[in-house]
Ligand binder design. Structure first.
Ligand SMILES: C[S@@+](CC[C@H](N)C(=O)[O-])C[C@H]1O[C@@H](n2cnc3c(N)ncnc32)[C@H](O)[C@@H]1O
Length: 216
C-alpha cells in the first residue's frame, strides 16, 4: 500500500511517511529498544518497527485519536513489536540508561520552553551509552514566530499559546540551542535552516535537527 492509500484507509490526518530525519538516522540505529516520544499517528514508529523486526518500539503521545488510528494500523500490519501508550512527554518517567534509540520529532516545539528545559536532562540520560537521539524542533527562523510576536503575548521566551492545531503551545528553539543541550554527545548530523512542510500545510518552516550519540 502506498502512503496515500494508507492515509485514506486509516483516516490519518497526515501523510503516513517517515520523517526524512528518521530515515537519515536509521543507519546509526542499532540495538533493540526504541522510544518514540510524541509519536503522533505513528509513521516513524512503524517505519523503524518494519525496517528492523528486532526493534522493540515504545511509542507514546497525548492525542487519543492519533493513537487509535495508529493502533488500527498496528493491528492490521501485525506489528507486535510496537507498544502504544497514552502519555505526556512532560510527565513520562524516562528510565535511565534504557533505550538504544530515542526519536523525538517536532514535539519539543509543542511544549513550553520551561517544560523542554525540565525534560531534556532525563531524556538524555534515558538513552544508553552508545545510543542515538534523533530530535527536531521548529526554530527561530520559522515564519510563524514573526507572526506570533506581532499578534500574541509570549508566555515564556519564544513560547506562545495555540488555539488550533495539535498542540496547546509552540516553542521556537533558539539559534544553536539544540546543539548546546547535547554538549558532550557526539554530533552525527546537525542542521538549522528552512525545510519544506512535511504535512503539506505551509510553504516552509524553520527547523533545527540533530542526530547524536551518547558517548560510552
Ligand atoms: C507536530 S506533531 C509531530 C508528530 C510526530 N512526531 C511527527 O514527527 O510527525 C506533534 C505531536 O506531539 C504531540 N504532543 C504534544 N504535546 C505532547 C506532550 N506533552 N507529550 C506527548 N506528545 C505531545 C501531539 O499530540 C502531536 O502528535
Amino acid at each position: 500500500m502506498n502512503s496515500q492509500t494508507i492515509q485514506k484507509k486509516y483516516g490519518f490526518k497526515f501523510p503516513f511517511k517517515p520523517d526524512p530525519l528518521a530515515a537519515k538516522a536509521f543507519r546509526y540505529c542499532k540495538g533493540k529498544r526504541l522510544l518514540d516520544v510524541g509519536c503522533g499517528e505513528g509513521a516513524d514508529s512503524a517505519f523503524f518497527a518494519q525496517k528492523r523486526k528486532r526493534f522493540e518500539v515504545t511509542a507514546f503521545d497525548v492525542n487519543k485519536e492519533y493513537l487509535n488510528r495508529f493502533r488500527a494500523y498496528r493491528r492490521d500490519q501485525k506489528l507486535s513489536n510496537i507498544s502504544i501508550l497514552e502519555r505526556s512527554a512532560t510527565t513520562y518517567s524516562y528510565p535511565p540508561n534504557t533505550y538504544n534509540v530515542i526519536n523525538c520529532l517536532l514535539v519539543i516545539c509543542c511544549m513550553k520552553r520551561s517544560q523542554f528545559e525540565r525534560i531534556i536532562g532525563p531524556l538524555k540520560h534515558s538513552v544508553k551509552p552508545g545510543g542515538i537521539i534523533i530530535m527536531s524542533s521548529r526554530n527561530y527562523l520559522d515564519p510563524e514566530l514573526k507572526e506570533s510576536i506581532n499578534s500574541k503575548k509570549a508566555i515564556e521566551p519564544n513560547t506562545f499559546r495555540r488555539k488550533e492545531d495539535c498542540c496547546q503551545f509552540i516553542y521556537f528553539i533558539e539559534r544553536n540551542r539544540l546543539r548546546e543541550v547535547f554538549h558532550g554527545f557526539e554530533i552525527l548530523y546537525y542542521y538549522e535552516g528552512f525545510v519544506p512542510c512535511k504535512y503539506n500545510q505551509h510553504p516552509k518552516h524553520g527547523d533545527s535537527h540533530i542526530i547524536c550519540r551518547r558517548r560510552k
